[in-house]
Design a protein. Structure first.
Length: 276
């Protein structure tokens, strides 16, 4: 987000008053609802600098998920399952006067958008799925990691344990590492990890919908993936691309994500959903 962009900050109550989510609205054009990754936030994404939201030609609707960023903390792990987060995403869209939109997100946000598509396909004009997370047969190992991290977060040991985990080769991109660090530390450098325990435990309870359900999603879909990241395996992105009838897969090598904003902008211009 550039300094001269006009950003409207607001908040939306979701569920049965379970949580209040921080929301940012910017830009003009077709509505584009975006969810961030686990342990991330709008601020973390801005610092990571992967997307230039000002240039995608959309009315961008971003928000901090439950227990992330500036949104309220929900202590119940089950309220952080991806199916529940999908309902939150749809409620944010409704509150932003977007009965139909392009939905998207990174990692957890991508999973949220997929679940939202399965729940309310009539509202989805397009999907942008960045680094889809582990799923299906490969999910159990990731569940164990999230249970460990959930316990670590509750005991304020998340940062040292996360940094001591063996990272897959090649190592995560600088953007990934910056987003993780920003999520775990606040601007003053003080640890603020206990509130991340419920979303981590919720992630351990979560999986993508069955492949046969995803195959029914008929919306145009852009899938952005990278290689060598065990938490976001290329195999999941390829499976999604193979079963979704209108999907395009783009795979980045190493840190070369520079063309992702242009690809998103092109996708938005092609989909151009009507505003409700």
């Amino acid at each position: 987000m550039t300094d001269h962009d006009t950003v409207q900050s607001t908040s939306v109550e979701v569920g049965d008053g379970d949580a209040r989510l921080a929301v940012e609205l910017s830009g003009t054009g077709p509505p584009f609802v975006w969810g961030h990754a686990l342990m991330s936030s709008m601020s973390a994404e801005d610092r990571a600098g992967v997307f230039d939201w000002s240039g995608i030609g959309a009315r961008t609707i971003r928000y901090d998920a439950r227990s992330h960023g500036r949104s309220s903390v929900d202590p119940r792990a089950e309220h952080h399952r991806w199916e529940v987060l999908a309902d939150d995403m749809l409620e944010v869209a409704t509150a932003a006067d977007a009965p139909s939109a392009i939905f998207g997100g990174g990692s957890m946000g991508a999973a949220t958008a997929i679940w939202a598509s399965c729940r309310s396909p009539e509202r989805v004009q397009g999907l942008v799925l960045a680094i889809p997370p582990t799923a299906w047969d490969a999910r159990e190992r990731q569940r164990r990691v999230y249970r460990l991290l959930g316990t670590a977060a509750a005991t304020r040991l998340l940062l040292p344990i996360t940094m001591s985990l063996r990272l897959p080769r090649p190592r995560p991109t600088p953007a990934t590492r910056a987003a993780l660090t920003d999520a775990v530390l606040d601007d003053a450098g003080r640890r603020r990890t206990p509130h991340l325990a419920p979303p981590l435990r919720g992630a351990a309870m979560s999986d993508l919908p069955p492949v046969e359900d995803i195959a029914l999603i008929d919306a145009p879909t852009l899938i952005l993936a990278w290689r060598g990241d065990r938490s976001h395996p290329l195999s999941v992105a390829r499976t999604l691309a193979s079963v979704m009838p209108r999907a395009e897969l783009v795979v980045a090598d190493g840190d070369d994500l520079r063309d992702w904003p242009d690809r998103v902008a092109s996708f938005v211009s092609l989909v151009s959903p009507t505003r409700g």
